[in-house]
Structures are given as C-alpha cells and as structure tokens.
Design a protein around this ligand. Structure first.
Ligand SMILES: Cc1cc2nc3c(=O)[nH]c(=O)nc-3n(C[C@H](O)[C@H](O)[C@H](O)COP(=O)(O)O)c2cc1C
Length: 397
C-alpha cells in the first residue's frame, strides 16, 4: 500500500479534503497531511488527525521540537505520491518560483521529482485566468507536475466560472494510476471489454442488459496497477476510471474496436455483456403505437470472442466470461472450448447477492488444461486482482 502525502493550502475547498483522505484510507493507503497556516484557518488539523491517525504538520519550525526528524525532508522521502489540494494561487506561485518559506513549500522543493506530484488548483475565476497565475501553472506543467485542472461551476464567492476544484473522488481516481502494485504485467498490452451493449430499435428505444461494467472496469484497473498497458472498451456505464477507455454503444461497434486491436495485444479479457441479438431493421423514425402488437425481428450479432479467436496467436492469452443462470459449469466449459480460450471466468447470475450490478462476485475459473479454481465471494476489485494474478501466472509458466 502507498504512502500519500496531502498538502492543504488556504482555500475554501479545504473542507473537501477529509473526503479525499477517506478514499485513500478506505483503500488501505497511509495518509499524512501538511497544512499551511492559512489552511488551518479553514479547517481544523484535528479533523485530519482523527481521520488519518497521524499527526498533522503545519509549521516548519517544529523541526526544533523533534530535531531527530527533519520534517520537510523526511515527509518528502516518506511519500509515494504528493498531492497539493486545494492548491492556492499563492502556493502555486511559490512552487513555480522555488520559494520554500513554510513546511509545505519546503517539502515540495525537497520532493524527489521522479515521484508523482499532483496539484489540484482551486480559486476564483479571475485569479485563475490571471496571466501571471497561468504562467506559474505552465511552469509547473513544464516541470512534470500533474495538474488536475479546475472545473466550471458556482464558486465559493457565488461567481460562476472556472476555478472550482474537482471532486475528491476525481482526484483519487486520477492518483490511482500511480498506485502501482507490481510489475507482474510490465510490457504486456491488455485489452479489456466491459459493460453492456445497446442495440437501438429507433431514435428513443433500445435493447440492453443489466451489466454495470464493474467487473470489467476492476479487471482493467488491476491489470494497469500491475504494470500492463491497458485499453478498456466499454459499453455505456456510469463508472469512471483512470485507464485509457474507448466508449462504444452497440455490439457491432465493440466488435470493430476489438478486431482493430487484436494483432497488437498480448492479453484479451472479454468481460462485456455483449448483446447476442440486434434489431434487423433500425427505424430512423420513432415507432408509433398504432397497432395492438409490435413484432421486432432480431438477428444475431457477431460473436466477438469467436471471431477474435480465429486470429489468436499461440503467445496470446484470451479470457472469456460466462454469466450463466443454469448448468453454469457445463455451459462455461463448452464456451471456452468453442472459442479457444485459455480460461473462462464463470458466475451464476441466478444468485441475487453476486454478479450483475452487485459490488461482490463469486466465480469459478475453468482452464483449457482441465484445471479449476474457485474464488469465494468478495469485492469485485479483489476478484479482479486474483484473476490478474492467475493470468500473469499463466504467462510465466
Ligand atoms: C475566505 C477566503 C477564501 C479564499 N479562498 C481562496 C481560494 O479558493 N483559492 C486561493 O487561491 N486563495 C484563496 N484565498 C486567499 C488565500 O487564502 C491567500 O492567498 C493565502 O495567502 C493562501 O495561503 P497559503 O497558500 O499559504 O495557504 C481565500 C482567502 C479567504 C479569506
């Protein structure tokens, strides 16, 4: 788990930072906080001490109280990721000019530039648009700082404009790209599909399914965290992610996105719930309710995995998912053989506590070698981590 150092400066958005701390803490990371003197006027250090279980650092001259530990250096060394949020115009100005007149700016200057430093500015839009501020921000970008640009909205001063800090969840999601767990899949190109597809009937109606995309997104993120170069092709979902994502709508669109990449990948993981059928004749105009009955003729969609497996090289690994409501094992094994997969992940969708839209899953993994592994019910992210470990073990074998 990573060490996260959060630097808070004097802006209204400081009140959102406890939520940011919680995102990291709930995911098992260690969090320490440095506050500028002005930040402590907006929110009490006690809030962060209670949340993180660590002392909050506010003053450079505390080094005289604890001389054995020179804070501006030791905190910088401790951190795997340094986040400055909210980053005031004042502190950004100091950062851009190498000024180190408090514990936060000294720690920033002492921080190893090879490690990620993430800056989330927040301020009034007039301050944000100021040319001198923009020049300072440009200096940070040129020097490898990761800037999460503020968004447009109603600001604390009641003005509407650009300058609002992004939500804590978005800062957390952004930082997840730096929370690498291992290099298990380093150099491997992984293509993951996720979510449902949508088959349009007319401009307002469509056929889809209950897939939330959670399992596929978790797998894509786990592959990334373990060093892979990941592309996620996703049908419509409400999920956010830090991995490179290409959004599609229909099964046909997903088919083309997969087939266009099939030669350039090492691992294909098809976790999407792709519609088996589409409407034969899409109506350009909204269908009117003129008669008692309406018959839609459905035709089969292309079977993406089956088509992709025709081009499969021996050094590629293809993984399928089988969401089954009955004869789970038999159907999954048949699907694996028919589509020449290396392994298939099967789950029983007749159970209400796992699978579609649930945060948990329980799966059985069948291998083309005849082996079988059961993953007990747990959070989908943990299931994803186990699946990724199993896939990387296959590569090593
Ligand atoms: C009520 C209030 C709200 C403020 N909000 C912001 C802000 O959102 N962004 C900003 O850059 N400065 C803001 N300021 C100004 C900063 O607090 C000021 O520039 C201060 O010197 C920043 O100190 P620091 O960078 O050491 O934390 C605000 C000031 C006040 C009094």
């Amino acid at each position: 788990m990573s060490n996260i150092l959060i630097g808070i400066t004097g802006g209204i958005a400081a009140y959102k930072i406890p939520q940011l701390c919680r995102h990291f803490l709930l995911n098992g990371h260690n969090v320490k906080v440095i506050m500028t003197e002005n930040a402590a006027k907006f929110i009490s250090p006690l809030t962060f001490e209670s949340l993180t279980g660590n002392r909050v650092y506010t003053d450079d001259f505390e080094i005289y109280i604890e001389p054995e530990n020179i804070k501006h250096i030791s905190l910088s060394e401790w951190a795997d990721i340094f986040i400055i949020a909210p980053a005031s115009a004042n502190t950004i100005g100091k950062m851009a000019n190498g000024i180190a007149d408090n514990l936060l700016t000294s720690s920033i200057l002492a921080y190893d530039s090879a490690k990620p430093i993430v800056v989330a500015p927040a301020m009034n839009s007039k301050m944000y648009k100021n040319k001198i501020f923009q020049r300072n921000l440009e200096v940070l970008k040129e020097n490898g700082f990761h800037i999460i640009e503020p968004i447009t909205g109603i600001l604390a001063c009641k003005d509407e404009g650009v300058g609002k800090m992004v939500e804590p969840e978005d800062i957390y999601l952004y930082c997840k790209q730096f929370l690498k767990k291992s290099d298990m899949l380093k150099g491997k190109r992984v293509l993951v599909t996720a979510g449902p597809t949508i088959e349009h009937i007319d401009p307002v109606r469509f056929i889809s399914n209950r897939s939330s995309g959670k399992m596929g997104f978790a797998i894509a993120e786990s592959a990334f965290e373990n060093g892979a170069n990941v592309t996620l092709i996703s049908g419509p979902t409400l999920l956010k992610t830090f991995v490179h994502k290409k959004e599609v709508s229909s099964a046909d669109e997903m088919y083309w996105e997969v087939m266009n990449r099939i030669n350039d990948i090492d691992i294909l993981i098809m976790a999407a719930a792709v519609a088996d059928y589409k409407v034969e004749n899409y109506s350009e105009e909204k269908i009117k309710k003129s008669s008692e009955n309406l018959t839609l003729k459905l035709v089969k969609n292309k079977d993406i995995l089956k088509e992709a497996s025709k081009f499969k090289r021996d050094n590629q690994i293809f993984v399928g998912f089988a969401a089954e409501s009955h004869n789970v094992e038999k159907n999954a094994i048949n699907k694996m053989k028919e589509k020449k997969l290396d392994l298939i992940v099967a789950n029983d969708i007749s159970r209400k506590d796992i699978g579609f839209d649930s945060n948990d899953n329980e799966v059985n993994i069948y291998f083309n070698s005849g082996d079988k592994i059961k993953i007990d019910k747990m959070d989908k992210k943990k299931v994803a981590d186990k699946i990724i470990k199993i896939i990387s073990d296959l590569i090593i074998r």
